[in-house]
Design a protein around this ligand. Sequence first.
Ligand code: DGL
Length: 276
Amino acid sequence: MGMKSGRARALLPTAPVGFFDSGVGGLSVLLAARALLPRENALYFADSAHCPYGSKSSDFVRQRALAITGFLLQRGAKAVVVACNSASEAALEFLRQVFPGLEVVGVEPALKVAQGLSRKKKIGVLGTPLTLNGRRFSRLLENFSSGLEVYTQPVAGLVERIEAGRFDDRRTAAILRRSLQPLLDKGIDALVLGCTHYPVIREQIAAVCGPRVRVIDTGEPVARQLQRRLQARGLLRCGRGGGRVEYFSSGDPGDVEPVMRAIMADPALQVSQACL
Ligand code: DGL
């Protein structure tokens, strides 16, 4: 399998870090990684042809994660960031088993951070059904919810709005109000964004929540974890020069490119199609 050839060669710090998500959501993690580790080269894969993951079976998402990780390794990735809560829920352990030598960094809803920030000890978590019904998330709840009231809210339709670049229209606003109101009614003062798509519309979410609710996402902690893991393996890229990012999508670049350009604030960004 892909990793065999990947392990045969020595990895260099100049090799890229591979990131993937069902679509454009993982760009919120890539942005945090670029802010902390601007010298790193990166590959980003948006599985747009199979988005959303959050309403699909774990088995399906695991197969997608396997194919995409193989693709990233073929393109020389020195580490892989599963920049998607749903794929981390479904496939993180699996990928680590299949690719034992590979550094695989995942994401999970930032309950621990919320626990520290919430004064009322009432926390809301927005996420996909796959993430919120999963085993990793229930373990997380067992570990970090003592003394807390945690209210989870699966959100339907929001990922699709973000994929379409509809960050700020009436339908998106209606989904937000409908999803957030039950949590606000419980009196939460911290909201965990348990899907990497949601930070893309963080401002809109914060506006519905109001100033008393802290909105928390995982981009920065994941970037720090990536930094630690690369450092531990001697794979952190030092020296001069900014890193480059190459973007791929299983969907039509004509659809995904404008949305990625908006999120990355890079009008020159180009996406290559890769049908896996
Ligand atoms: N951005 C992903 C997540 O963090 C995937 C959402 C989806 O495709 O449903 O869960």
